[in-house]
Design a protein around this ligand. Structure first.
Ligand code: NAD
Length: 256
């Protein structure tokens, strides 16, 4: 379905981003991977699906590096048809104890980076008359939790940005939507599981169970594969008039 299209997925060396990159690659899209840590493993996983794969290691907190990445994608692949703004980090602390440097990093990586990639990707999408912008927000773009001030602020902001981009392009073939996952068992959440297990002196399995019981009525983690399938739907012909939604996949979390 996506043969000939190029998808750039930020933060796709791990977790949800890698899941979405693989789902788009399975539909025939070329993929530009971005993120830190092991690069060769994720590149090989995506290439195994038949995709042409590129990589750029831009730090999403740095606008100049983001511009460099977008120029790389255009030079290597022609243009970015599908932009998935996924890179994100977390820090958990009460507002009065929140490190200022962590606040700035979360706002930059989880929110402002999507403004920078999008402003640079839009002109070519508009000229082509087709584009898909998918922002990986969170259920925390819709509701709040204590001790996650920067994350909740950034994700609410990202949902707002999603709506504005959708409206500004509503009469064109360019759509913009947000995905709002509940708990997904990636390294980002495993850190929170480990912290809970250590703080309460409980096993890893018990910590996972308690995390789910606190927030997610289905008592199940959402998977990167399920989120990848939702991204594919946004790119499908049936997704043409889906504009500016914040679609939660959260086991009922935000329904409470
Ligand atoms: P993860 O830690 O597995 O992956 C994060 C990715 O972002 C990695 O590839 C990492 O290298 C990259 N990254 C981090 N900082 C970066 C930077 N400065 N520049 C470029 N890349 C950077 O986490 P994940 O759980 O897959 O999270 C992906 C997205 O999904 C995030 O935006 C997160 O907020 C969101 N999300 C996650 C969950 C969850 O439960 N895991 C729930 C809702 C939303």
């Amino acid at each position: 379905m996506l043969k000939g299209k190029t998808a750039l997925v930020t933060g796709s060396t791990s977790g949800i981003g890698l899941g979405i990159a693989k789902a788009l690659a399975a539909q025939g899209a070329n993929i530009v991977i971005n993120g830190f840590g092991d690069v060769e493993g994720p590149k090989a996983e995506v290439a195994a699906l038949g995709a042409r794969v590129g990589y750029h290691g831009a730090d999403m907190s740095k606008p100049a590096e983001i511009a460099d990445m977008m120029a790389y994608a255009a030079a290597q692949f022609g243009c970015v048809d599908i932009l998935v703004n996924n890179a994100g980090i977390q820090h958990v602390a009460r507002v009065e104890n929140f490190p200022v440097e962590r606040w700035d990093a979360i706002i930059a990586i989880n929110m402002s980076s999507a403004f920078h990639t999008t402003r640079l990707a839009l002109p070519a999408m508009q000229a082509a008359g087709w584009g898909r912008i998918i922002n990986v927000a969170s259920v925390h773009g819709l509701v709040a939790s204590a001790e996650k001030s920067a994350y909740v602020t950034a994700k609410h902001g990202l949902v707002g940005l999603t709506k504005v981009i959708a409206l500004e392009n509503a009469t064109t073939g360019v759509t913009c939507n947000a995905i709002c996952p509940g708990w997904v068992l990636t390294p980002l959440v495993q850190k929170q599981v480990d912290a809970k297990a250590a703080a309460l002196g409980i096993s890893n399995d018990e910590a996972k169970k308690q995390l789910l019981e606190e927030k997610e009525p289905s008592l199940q983690f959402t998977t990167p594969e399920e989120l990848g399938a939702l991204a594919v739907f946004f790119c499908s012909p049936a997704g043409t008039n889906v504009r500016g939604v914040a679609w939660n996949m959260d086991g009922g979390w935000a329904a409470q």
